[in-house]
Write a new protein. Structure first.
Length: 97
């Protein structure tokens, strides 16, 4: 890996944290929250978004490993006062349980 990739991934890693789902509700309401399946590395997904790797993102979408957070999922997280892992890659907020 080149230093630029390591630096970019490290920055994303530092910006990734657990957050109460309720604090992301306004972003959910605006349609900007994307669920990342547990079998994917959240930091790697965020990195691929950040470099606009449309091919890889399309593959994850086709495999249902990425999708918009559903109303039911959002409600479940709200009712259980869940925390999610989250990272911002404008204009998206990527979340993972």
């Amino acid at each position: 890996m080149t230093a630029g990739i390591i630096d970019s991934k490290q920055k994303i890693n530092w910006e990734t944290s657990q957050i109460p789902w309720r604090e992301l509700l306004r972003f959910f309401a605006s349609g900007s929250t994307i669920f990342v399946a547990a079998d994917l590395d959240l930091v790697d997904v965020a990195y691929q978004f950040s470099i606009d790797n449309r091919h890889q993102v399309a593959l994850w979408l086709e495999n249902n490993q990425l999708f918009a957070v559903s109303d039911q999922q959002a409600l479940n997280w709200l009712e259980t006062d869940a925390y999610v892992w989250a990272v911002v890659v404008k204009p998206w907020i990527l979340v993972q349980e």
